[in-house]
Design a protein around this ligand. Sequence first.
Ligand SMILES: [Zn+2]
Length: 250
Amino acid sequence: MFYDVHCHLDMLSEKELKEALQKAEQNNISQIISCSTSFDSNARNLALAKMFPEIKAAIGLYPLEAMELNDEELKKAFSFFKSKIKEETSIAVGEVGLDFKFAKKAEQQKKQIEIFRKFIELSNETGKPLIIHSRFAQKQVLETLEAEKAEKAVLHSFVDSERLMKRAAGNGYFVSVGLAILENNQIQKDITRFPLENLLFETDSPFRFNNEQAFPHKLLDIVSKVAELKKIPIEEIGRAQEISFKKLFL
Ligand SMILES: [Zn+2]
């Protein structure tokens, strides 16, 4: 069995969604996690997870979006997250984390870290893993997770530094690798040496890769590449994925 642990299915039209789910099923992808970035996106993902058994929702706010809220709005937002994360079809806290690419000011970064800490607390309290975005802030993400003793985390696209990837795995965290592995030699080298038990897969659908819209069934291209790199059968990766997915999300 395979799992796409990082998608944004709320961004698809009904027709695209139908096609995406059909192709995912044909390709042995049993679960797709749809990550929330805004309030509308949370509402849509919560509804999709109730409609389709193969979709699970991650509840959260994109760091750049969260950063714009005032104290009162944040308080309301977190009481909403606390109630919705308890639903059976909400299996993770995400997409949360740090994005310093468009937040260069110290006070913006400080606020992002404060909000990220609250999400880590929510994850630790509920046992539902964090699905983490980290852009221009991979070291800070790891430091915050360690300081807050985050228990369960999936680091999305966390493939810029082998040293940080190894530190994440050492903490028991997971790294999810996406379509970039198909072309990037450095990622290929790093993933070849990265432990299979800490590895998950994602397509980040529907975001475009190489000018082409991504769909969950493209996960199989990623899995095949990893099988080739690690010189192991695809079935072995499938078995490892099943164990990891259950351990982390169920
Ligand atoms: Zn994402």
